[in-house]
Design a protein around this ligand. Structure first.
Ligand code: GLN
Length: 535
């Protein structure tokens, strides 16, 4: 196994994850088997309990691990199969060190940052290696910025690890920012020099400097960075702001031969990558023939990254249908105050996942509007629960039907907690998480969309469709088209094609399984329905 360590300097939000993922794409196209991994220095055990305002979307892996949204990039950009092993936080590291200490596993020694904490970090690299014997390259991204106190132990662990595995087996890529001082019209290399100096202080000499910048790097700057940072000029790579799409990342790095230089550095022999299918995907993405406007009715609409995977999945499906996706983010609370007029501007309506009661009534109005006006509708997780509540209230006449998450005293708890959920006291990872299998109803819309009668999808929720109301809703035309194999939980609801062109709600998160060149069937059918509705 060879190791690529990706660190970041100067500021956060540089797109380190994107650099790691893009390099992953290129190496995979060179025929290597790639695995990606993220180390996050914050103290939360996982981001599952963090507000989307803090952290953007929580991405869920198939084994149920709640992770950083960078893992979403990893899975979309590569065939890497990720599990909890591919994510590590300081919270997890300290949790195990303290558990070990309490269990007496350190045999009376003084427990110290070095070696006990750093060993725990290195153990994760060993474990990833052991569990994936067929992988050629492990790319590990370290969250945060070099110079942060909390990242120090991770960097120290990597320094030690590199020493142990030998020079041909690892490479460090440092991603930094080249700020442009507009008033002076100058690009500044000093922050990059200083952050590399900071790395060297810890004993790490990066082999590659990837510079995030608004423009191409001029030769003068490239050689200056090379000279001050102790790397050849060819190893200073420009990662300019991508013009149209994040999927141009691999193409941009490839132009500067980062992939070739990395395999050289790791003494690997591989053929040049074939990027043709990736390029045709980008072509479809950036200059499509058609367009549709998707109304995303949510609570965190002002937040760039809150619905990341949904936006990506729509883009994948859009490219597939040669269609540009114009996303109109609609704050559901604005529907409560100003009504549904805003929905006249959209071709289709998507209600994403969410927690808590705020904005719920606006979402219910949006679902009703979609149902009554034959607007293609797609409800995800909370979105499916909303579709259920709306149908119960407005078609079955169940007044004040609701989810017990929103109103614990509702007379008609059409969405509620399962018995076993009720006794959970710990907040983190207390949800139904990860993949489970469901069977689809014969001749349903869902079965037609998937072209299969069994599916496996990822979950992240607490509340469920209340099966006590199943018959009542079904008798009025609500179709339950998928139930989970083990627990019999409702997984998909829909309206038949005879009454609505596309009305589908799913309890799981299909957005975690869509890839650029394998768009998820549910997103494909939703975008197709929106296109068809244009006549
Ligand atoms: N809040 C709902 C639940 O916990 C929906 C969760 C979600 O949309 N991810 O069941």
């Amino acid at each position: 196994m060879k190791y690529v360590f990706v660190t970041g300097g100067v500021v956060s939000s540089l797109g380190k994850g994107l650099v790691a993922a893009s390099l992953g794409t290129l190496l995979e196209k060179r025929g290597l088997k790639v695995l990606l991994q993220k180390f996050d220095p914050y103290l939360n055990v996982d981001p599952g309990t963090m507000s989307p305002y803090q952290h953007g979307e929580v991405y869920v892996l198939k084994d149920g691990r709640e992770t950083d949204l960078d893992l979403g990039h990893y899975e979309r950009f590569t065939d890497s199969q990720l599990t909890g092993l591919n994510t590590l936080t300081s919270g997890q590291v300290f949790e195990s060190v303290i558990r070990n200490e309490r269990q007496g596993l350190y045999e009376g020694k003084t427990v110290q940052y070095i070696p006990h904490v750093t060993d725990e970090i290195k153990k994760r690299l060993d474990l990833a290696t052991e569990k994936n014997p067929d992988v050629d390259i492990l790319i590990t991204e370290i969250g945060g910025t070099v110079g942060d106190l909390e990242g120090l132990l991770f960097l120290e662990a990597l320094r030690q690890y590199a020493l142990e595995i030998g020079r041909d087996n690892f490479t460090f890529i440092h991603v930094t920012l080249l700020p442009l001082i507009r008033a002076a019209g100058e690009v500044k290399t000093k922050p990059t020099q200083q952050s590399v100096a900071k790395l060297r202080e810890i004993g790490i000499q990066p082999d590659f400097i990837v510079c995030r910048s608004e423009t191409e790097i001029e030769e003068e700057h490239r050689s200056k960075i090379a000279m001050f940072c102790n790397v050849p000029a060819s190893n200073v790579v420009c990662f300019k702001d991508l013009e149209h799409s994040i999927y141009q990342g691999p193409i941009q790095l490839r132009k500067q031969k980062l992939d070739a230089l990395v395999v050289d550095r790791l003494a690997l022999e591989t053929p040049e990558p074939d990027m043709s299918s990736w390029e045709s995907f980008i072509e479809a993405l950036i200059s499509p023939t058609h367009q549709v406007t998707v109304g995303l009715v949510g609570k965190y609409v002002e937040l760039q990254d809150a619905y990341k995977s949904i936006e990506e999945s729509l883009a994948h499906a859009g490219a597939y249908h040669d269609t540009r996706i114009n996303l109109k983010r609609i704050d559901s609370e604005s529907i409560e105050t100003d009504g549904t007029d805003v929905l006249k501007e959209v071709d289709c309506i998507l209600i994403p996942g969410g927690f808590g009661g705020r904005g719920i009534e606006g979402k219910i109005l949006a679902a009703q509007y979609a149902r009554e006006n034959s607007i293609p509708f797609f409800g995800i997780c909370l979105g499916m629960q909303i579709a259920t509540i709306e149908f119960a209230r407005n078609i079955c006449g169940l007044e004040n039907a609701n989810s017990t998450e929103v109103n614990a005293k509702t007379p008609h708890p059409v969405v509620c907690l399962q018995e076993e959920q009720k006794n959970r006291v710990q907040f983190g990872a207390s949800m139904r998480l990860g993949s489970s299998t469901a069977t689809l109803k014969a001749d349903s819309v869902a079965e037609e969309i998937y072209g299969s009668s069994e599916i496996s999808e990822r979950h992240r929720h607490r509340y469920e469709f209340n099966n006590d109301y199943k018959e009542q809703l079904e008798s009025q035309g609500f179709v339950i088209s998928a139930t989970s194999v083990i627990e019999g939980l409702v997984e998909i609801v829909e309206l038949p094609k005879s009454v609505h062109p596309h009305y589908v709600g799913v309890q799981f998160h299909p957005e975690f399984q869509s890839k650029p060149q394998q768009p998820h069937p549910l997103f494909k059918s939703f975008v197709k329905a929106a296109l068809d509705s244009q006549g």
